[in-house]
Design a protein around this ligand. Structure first.
Ligand code: SAH
Length: 392
């Protein structure tokens, strides 16, 4: 049986031939089939095959390629790819209890995210091609990770609407406790993966949280945008004299306090507040922090929001710098994919210069290695983590 073949318009094959996995609708000379997530072959305008992938009848991303030529896609295909992804993580992050098993495009499984929290697996399908194959994916997860006791789908992300998919969450296999407990960097974390209080967790900062623990001994640490406590808990566990985490979400703060309690970190406190307001308030009160961590949510999902995002980073970093004495550290993270590292560094440099503060970059990092970057797809490189020493 031969697959339906979609032909690109002339000159549209370069990015794809170099390994990018998305074929946009406007690049195609042939219309994709009506079937959601159909397996199709893509070829250049002169008939050279560029691989197979899952198509979508209406989405802007018309085909998500699988990085190879496949006549069929079955459970064995998914088990093979997931198996490769697991082996990579076991080499890069051995012994972790919570990790990203599959990071979509970077694991050549565009539109599929799989995370593990102890023996519970969370899967997210962001594209129709994955959604229609959910039974195969569940089977492949069980084959490759036989110690798994429960699988949850977290499929209520807005992006699913772009693919015409319904929003749904819940247990799809086995049993999942109300709170799944795991240890990260020696700290106990409880996540609620199924209930109304669903928290989830930001696995991409795992290694950077350990970095903060190492820098915090004897320091006063302010963790802005702390979510369920991440950096503040690690700072406190790394012998900070004081750690304060701030988040605007009441639910995140409640979980963060629970984490301080179960880990016996009495000098770790949390406050519900808007970071922008709180930083200004601390400036007015003349407060000082040896380390200020900024880990805001993405400020721009599209180019039209970029100006606002730059202004947001400028304001945050400027205000934070006012709270840091010489010898202190500014930790500036950004998960906005559209703001590259050099641009974030430039924003911090300009704001420091305005305040006549001299900064030295002492550490730079990004997303943890279980979120690898596919070089052909800049979309997979998103997290920046910069540590600056304030000289004077
Ligand atoms: N540092 C965290 C992840 C941060 S995610 C970790 O290591 O796990 C971003 C967080 O910012 C979310 O928890 C969100 O609730 C919070 N947030 C978004 N806007 C905010 C604002 N203006 N003030 C305070 N918190 C905010």
């Amino acid at each position: 049986m031969s697959l339906p073949t979609l032909r690109l318009k002339p000159h549209e094959h370069h990015r794809i031939a170099e390994g990018h996995l998305w074929v946009f609708r406007n690049e195609l000379a042939t219309l994709p089939p009506e079937e959601m997530g159909a397996l199709v072959r893509v070829e250049s305008s002169d008939g050279r095959s560029l691989g197979t992938g899952f198509s979508h009848p209406t989405s802007k991303i018309a085909v998500r390629l699988l990085g190879g030529e496949f006549e069929t896609v079955d459970t064995a295909f998914f088990a093979h790819r997931i198996g490769q992804a697991i082996r990579l993580r076991q080499r890069l992050l051995p012994g972790e209890q919570a990790w990203r098993v599959v990071f979509g495009e970077a694991d050549l499984l565009s539109g599929l995210i799989i995370d593990r929290y102890n023996t519970t697996v969370v899967m997210q399908m962001l594209a129709a091609g994955m959604d229609v194959r959910r039974e195969m994916i569940i089977e492949a997860i069980l084959q490759t990770m036989p110690d798994v006791t429960g699988i949850v789908e977290r499929n209520s992300m807005k992006v699913r609407e772009k693919e015409g998919l319904d929003l749904r969450d819940g247990v799809v296999w086995g049993t999942v406790p109300d709170r799944v407990r795991f240890e990260e960097n020696g700290i106990l974390i409880d996540v609620d993966l199924v209930g109304g209080q669903k928290t989830g967790y930001f696995l991409d900062q795992k290694v950077n949280r350990a970095t903060i623990a190492r820098l915090s001994a004897g320091k006063r640490v302010l963790d802005c945008f702390c979510n369920v406590g991440g950096f503040a808990l690690n700072a406190a566990n790394g012998s900070a004299v004081e750690a304060l985490g701030i988040d605007s979400s009441a639910q995140a703060i409640e979980h963060a306090r629970h984490h301080a309690e179960i880990n016996g970190l009495e000098h770790c406190h949390f406050e519900q507040a808007n970071v922008f307001d709180l930083l200004r308030q601390h400036v007015d009160e003349g407060r000082q922090w040896d380390i200020v961590i900024l880990d805001p949510p993405s400020f721009a999902k599209s180019r039209s929001a970029l100006q606002g995002a730059r202004a947001g980073y400028a304001e945050l970093n400027r205000t934070a710098l006012k709270l840091i004495p010489p010898g202190g550290l500014l930790v500036s993270a950004s998960c906005t994919q559209l703001v590259p590292e050099h641009e974030l560094m430039d924003i911090v440099y300009r704001e420091a210069a305005r305040l006549r503060k001299r900064l030295r970059l002492v550490h730079r990092s990004g997303q943890a290695p279980d979120h690898p970057v596919l070089l052909a797809m800049p979309e997979t490189l998103y997290l920046k983590f910069l540590v600056f020493d304030v000289i004077d």
